[in-house]
Write a protein that binds this ligand. Sequence first.
Ligand SMILES: *[C@@H]1O[C@H](CO)[C@@H](O)[C@H](O)[C@H]1NC(C)=O
Ligand SMILES: *[C@@H]1O[C@H](CO)[C@@H](O)[C@H](O)[C@H]1NC(C)=O
Ligand SMILES: *[C@@H]1O[C@H](CO)[C@@H](O)[C@H](O)[C@H]1NC(C)=O
Ligand SMILES: *[C@@H]1O[C@H](CO)[C@@H](O)[C@H](O)[C@H]1NC(C)=O
Ligand SMILES: *[C@@H]1O[C@H](CO)[C@@H](O)[C@H](O)[C@H]1NC(C)=O
Ligand SMILES: *[C@@H]1O[C@H](CO)[C@@H](O)[C@H](O)[C@H]1NC(C)=O
Ligand SMILES: *[C@@H]1O[C@H](CO)[C@@H](O)[C@H](O)[C@H]1NC(C)=O
Ligand SMILES: *[C@@H]1O[C@H](CO)[C@@H](O)[C@H](O)[C@H]1NC(C)=O
Ligand SMILES: *[C@@H]1O[C@H](CO)[C@@H](O)[C@H](O)[C@H]1NC(C)=O
Ligand SMILES: *[C@@H]1O[C@H](CO)[C@@H](O)[C@H](O)[C@H]1NC(C)=O
Ligand SMILES: *[C@@H]1O[C@H](CO)[C@@H](O)[C@H](O)[C@H]1NC(C)=O
Ligand SMILES: CC(=O)N[C@H]1CO[C@H](CO)[C@@H](O)[C@@H]1O
Length: 703
Amino acid sequence: MAGVNPMLAGVLAISCCYSLYLAVAQTTDPTEVNALRAIRNSLVDPMGNLHTWNSGDPCTSYWVGIVCNSSANDHYLHVQELFLLNLNLSGYLAHELGLLSHLKILDVMWNNISGSIPKEIGNITSLELLLLSGNQLSGSLPAELGYLSNLKRMQIDQNHISASIPESFASLNRVVHLHMNNNSLSGQIPQELSRLKCLLHLLLDNNNLSGFLPSELSKLPILQILQLDNNNFSGNTIPDSYVNMTELRKLRLRNCSLQGRMPDLSMIPQLTYIDLSWNQLEGSIPANKLSDNMTTIDLSNNFLGGSIPSNLTSLPSLQRLSLENNILSGPVPAFIWRNTSLSGNKTLILNFQNNSLTEFSDVLNLPANVTVLLFGNKICANGSQASKFKLCQPQIIPLEFGNSTNSDEYRDSCPTNLGNEYNQSSPILGSCVFPVGVGFRLKSPGFSYFHTYEDDFKLSLPFRAYQLHIDSYAWEEGPRLRMSLKIYPNNSKPFNDMEIQGIEEKFRMWQITLPSIFGPYELLSLRSPVQDSPTANRVTKLAAAGIVLGAVTGAIVMSVVITVFIMRKLSRNQVSKRHSGQTSPIKIDGVKWFSFEEMALATNNFSSSNQIGEGGYGQVYKGILVDGTHAAIKRARQGSLQGSKEFLTEIMLLSRLHHRNLVTLIGYCDEECEQMLIYEFMPNGTLRDHLSGQGLGEDDWIC
Ligand SMILES: *[C@@H]1O[C@H](CO)[C@@H](O)[C@H](O)[C@H]1NC(C)=O
Ligand SMILES: *[C@@H]1O[C@H](CO)[C@@H](O)[C@H](O)[C@H]1NC(C)=O
Ligand SMILES: *[C@@H]1O[C@H](CO)[C@@H](O)[C@H](O)[C@H]1NC(C)=O
Ligand SMILES: *[C@@H]1O[C@H](CO)[C@@H](O)[C@H](O)[C@H]1NC(C)=O
Ligand SMILES: *[C@@H]1O[C@H](CO)[C@@H](O)[C@H](O)[C@H]1NC(C)=O
Ligand SMILES: *[C@@H]1O[C@H](CO)[C@@H](O)[C@H](O)[C@H]1NC(C)=O
Ligand SMILES: *[C@@H]1O[C@H](CO)[C@@H](O)[C@H](O)[C@H]1NC(C)=O
Ligand SMILES: *[C@@H]1O[C@H](CO)[C@@H](O)[C@H](O)[C@H]1NC(C)=O
Ligand SMILES: *[C@@H]1O[C@H](CO)[C@@H](O)[C@H](O)[C@H]1NC(C)=O
Ligand SMILES: *[C@@H]1O[C@H](CO)[C@@H](O)[C@H](O)[C@H]1NC(C)=O
Ligand SMILES: *[C@@H]1O[C@H](CO)[C@@H](O)[C@H](O)[C@H]1NC(C)=O
Ligand SMILES: CC(=O)N[C@H]1CO[C@H](CO)[C@@H](O)[C@@H]1O
């Protein structure tokens, strides 16, 4: 046998092409491709940000904003993430969105998309993040969204969504964030929402909600922020039960037309921020001491009477106490700032304007950072001693303040005009570097003045001190705190695309855990340093890269596999119907080949007493392998045999899966016109679900 066997050479050539075909053949699910086309066609894209969507395959041709992954159940790639943040898109959301059945993240925030939210989104049971904030969406909230049993975040704030909150939302078992503020929602807050055991932040402010304010909300076991301001709950008092919300940090019920007395919130251990202003509350302010964490107490513009409780004098973190425009009388408690540690730059504003206060003992000894406003009280009556002092002058204090711009020191020092900057704090001398600019916003911070918390904030971000610069910050309506951050590389090399993506993902995917006082945050924009690399738009994805890498590795493995297959096919007729060796001639990492005989032996010749399940694909047997391993063997029935190619693709996909809820594939058998998959044996009950693909994602019920 001299020379190269021409047949073998031919086989190799064919198998090579075949494997290339396979690598390319791992394409996006055609249903999803069509859905994406429909989605594209319903959007208006004046800046051409979606131009990559005009050709090629969504998952493998790097369509902007698309992240894909493979699936255990078929050999297609599936769209897992649609990320179209801040791309100046208008138009509407196509109902075909509902066909993206593997989607986990739908993010179209900060565009100008109108129309209503398609009810078909409720079909995407895999959806974890539904992010639609900052568009022009209108219409009602589809009750179908309540089917999203895996949803963790729903952010639909700053749209024009109307009608009422569907009761079905009570089924959003896993939802942690419901941000629906700044819409036109009306009707009653469904008391059924009290079933949302994972809910951390409920933001419903700036809507048109009315009716009964449910006392059941106090049953939300981990709720930290309840924000209902600028709604109309006339006829309601603040439910007594709210004093039992033990995890609450922030309670905003400003301008809600509430009546009755102010509840005693002193039993809420970490309460930080209360705003009950602009209601019709009456009676006196509860005398018990509030949490030491209090930074902000706003009870202004009510009908609160009696005197100012002395316990308000001993709140160490207090920044703002607003009691103006009430009917308070008696003295201003002496030394009201005494226990406030005013070290550093802490600020304390005490606004008592327009009450009936009569005495104030410390007119002359105010610490520098304490501002007391007494205009409109008896104490400031004409001719009184106090009337001469500044604290009797009328003053308007902004609700929140402390805008700052810090950027000067960082600019100008570098020679070129490409957007590189001198980072003064960097230990690398004279480094001209390209920072990434991050537009960032705290949606509901638990303080009134940021400077006290600025250092904590910086320390909470996953960058070295010299890498992070807060360029500026400014308070906005809400109040929210918008920031402009710069992130510098930690050496003199510019960030590469992967690093920029990493930064972007940290902010966008909430991978950064801030202390609870900072509340929820959001990424508004990301500006990449080099001008010809608009990263915010060109988020070609890590996961997609993973797929390609996988496909290439796959192609190599496949090439071997196919070669062997073709060779076996060629030789089958001449030599034998079976493999003869003990070990598999086909190597798939971590997956073993088994002979038909081994399977027959393991399952007692596929006896019915070993059968533990049955589905459309065939039967599942329990078996013990030669080495003693307990296994579940899925044996395809004749009618459901896949082509060899599909079968192997499935094996390869399964072999790459290491999901904690999915049983591990240990081997396969493809002899005697059989196709079997051998899995690790799982205890009863879960097994059938897993093998039929039902058990995926059904985690235990944890938040
Ligand atoms: C969006 O539009 C504005 C104004 O036309 C433009 O300055 C900005 O660059 C656009 N952004 C994107 C991502 O296209
Ligand atoms: C958003 O769309 C509306 C019409 O739907 C249009 O009037 C408005 O100018 C658009 N805004 C921006 C910022 O493109
Ligand atoms: C998708 O949603 C629509 C409307 O909610 C429903 O009629 C349809 O049956 C759903 N399709 C699937 C496949 O679940
Ligand atoms: C929310 O709505 C209020 C009241 O309409 C408005 O003052 C505020 O600016 C809005 N906030 C945002 C972020 O749109
Ligand atoms: C708010 O809801 C009330 C009914 O509760 C309705 O009469 C009113 O028109 C709504 N206002 C807006 C601005 O939608
Ligand atoms: C607060 O909770 C306690 C214990 O669960 C309960 O006894 C009490 O009635 C609750 N108070 C209110 C006002 O609901
Ligand atoms: C201050 O609060 C404490 C604890 O809440 C309470 O026991 C005490 O009576 C209060 N003091 C006054 C003067 O009301
Ligand atoms: C409340 O204060 C304690 C002690 O300073 C601190 O550990 C805790 O994190 C604070 N809680 C909040 C919500 O800020
Ligand atoms: C206090 O503010 C000054 C300037 O206003 C600043 O230089 C200093 O670092 C601040 N100190 C703290 C502890 O924040
Ligand atoms: C902070 O900046 C915002 C927007 O730039 C402005 O509306 C607000 O008045 C500023 N506040 C202060 C205290 O300067
Ligand atoms: C992609 O899917 C594989 C299994 O199919 C899984 O292990 C991996 O975590 C997924 N990747 C992403 C980014 O979700
Ligand atoms: C915001 C503010 O007023 N900060 C002041 C606090 O007190 C120190 C020292 O008295 C001042 O330097 C800050 O400007």
